[in-house]
Design a binder for this molecule. Structure first.
Ligand SMILES: Cc1ncc(COP(=O)(O)O)c(C=O)c1O
Length: 355
């Protein structure tokens, strides 16, 4: 942190105290990107075609009008347009969820390790954060420990399902148990990797007024740079979420791209099938190399490389293959995104050389 100049105003205490979060996003283009759980082949050609040929100067000159996009997305997600907002990626969904419900000092519960932005926005809000840990080596969803940790003061619970970086999945029955136990709290189920497992809490929206679900176009849809996602809840909750959100936080290009993207479900299904085959190949390959890993329901696998974790990350990088070192959270752990089978064969070949 730079020293504040004389006379500068100090930021809020919560901001002073929080740790900076700077994911390693630079210099990744052109490399085999198995480090951010993105789509490794890019978005549907239909989206590119739309962006290149259907945009008009008028579309760019007017402020966003999301109505038609929302109608298409509502039909796709089998919800009413009043049951969701478009968000600037899941990150804004988390932010607006916290901004709407969490006050300074409130009890916020999350799992660990999990997606860093839950802690990030809860810390900005000045919340008091408690964590329930996934237990190595299998890192299964710690349902009993989480239920025990929920107390009457708990204000918000944030769950990534499947979880990043462990790949662990909570069943719909387990989510229902959490929603019942946390009746006095809002519960966010972040379904960024839904397409790779098919388990969703969306059908529970009417039954549980404390449930919020987020989805993103950053992962299977291959549109991380566009920054677009959705936050779902009971329509009454969504009116308050609307109040706390900027009216134009999603740019119209991203909104239109999302509409085009959901129209090409064949592309999504093909990619998911390829990733699931690649994930299997990756798991078998790791086993052959004597590397243990946590079972995953998402498009990535967390492998235990022990003391060799940093050498593996650096060695792969020398061959233009990027993976994510998670040793700061779980000893010896490296997270590898499952792209295509061809990409995983290349990764396994280099891994074998390094090990
Ligand atoms: C669990 C989880 N949620 C959300 C995101 C990011 O989503 P977005 O790009 O929509 O902000 C990630 C990205 O790694 C993630 O792992």
């Amino acid at each position: 942190m730079l020293r504040l100049p004389k006379g500068a105003i100090r930021p809020r205490k919560a901001v002073l105290q929080m740790a900076p979060y700077a994911p390693p996003t630079s210099g990744r283009l052109g490399k085999l990107r198995l480090d951010f759980n993105e789509n490794t082949v890019g978005c549907s050609p239909r989206v590119m075609e739309f962006l290149c040929s259907k945009l008009t100067p008028e579309l760019l000159s007017v402020y966003p009008d999301y109505r038609e996009v929302k109608d298409t997305l509502a039909a796709h997600f089998h919800v009413d347009p009043s049951q969701f907002v478009l968000t600037n990626g899941t990150d804004e969904a988390i932010q607006v969820f916290i901004n709407t419900y969490v006050d300074d000092g409130n009890d916020v519960l999350q799992l660990a390790p999990s997606y860093a932005m839950y802690r990030f926005y809860a810390e900005v809000a000045g919340a008091s954060i408690r964590e329930v840990r996934y237990i190595p080596p299998d890192l299964q969803f710690p349902i009993d420990e989480l239920l025990d940790a929920i107390c009457p003061e708990t204000r918000a619970v944030l769950i990534s399902n499947p979880n990043n970086p462990t790949g662990a999945l909570a069943t719909v029955t387990q989510i229902e148990r959490i929603l019942k136990r946390a009746r006095r709290a809002v519960v966010l189920i972040d379904e960024a990797y839904f397409e790779f497992c098919g388990i969703t809490a969306l059908p529970l929206l009417e039954q549980f007024p404390n449930l919020f679900v987020s989805r993103t176009f950053s992962k299977v849809y291959g549109m991380a740079a566009m920054r677009v996602g959705c936050l779902f809840s009971h329509a009454a909750n969504i009116t308050y979420i609307h109040k706390a959100q900027s009216p134009y936080s999603v740019n119209m290009l991203a909104a239109l791209a999302a509409r085009e993207a959901v129209r090409d479900q064949a592309f999504i299904q093909n990619y998911v099938a390829e990733v699931l085959a690649a994930r299997e190949l990756l798991c078998v390959g790791l086993e052959k190399l004597g590397i243990r890993y946590a079972p995953s329901s998402a498009n990535f696998v967390l492998g235990y490389f022990g003391k060799r974790a940093a050498a593996v990350r650096d060695g792969l990088r020398e061959h233009a293959i990027l993976v994510r070192d998670r040793t700061h959270e779980i000893r010896g752990a490296v997270r590898i995104t499952a792209g295509t089978r061809e990409q995983i064969r290349r990764l396994l070949h280099e891994l074998q050389e390094i090990l």
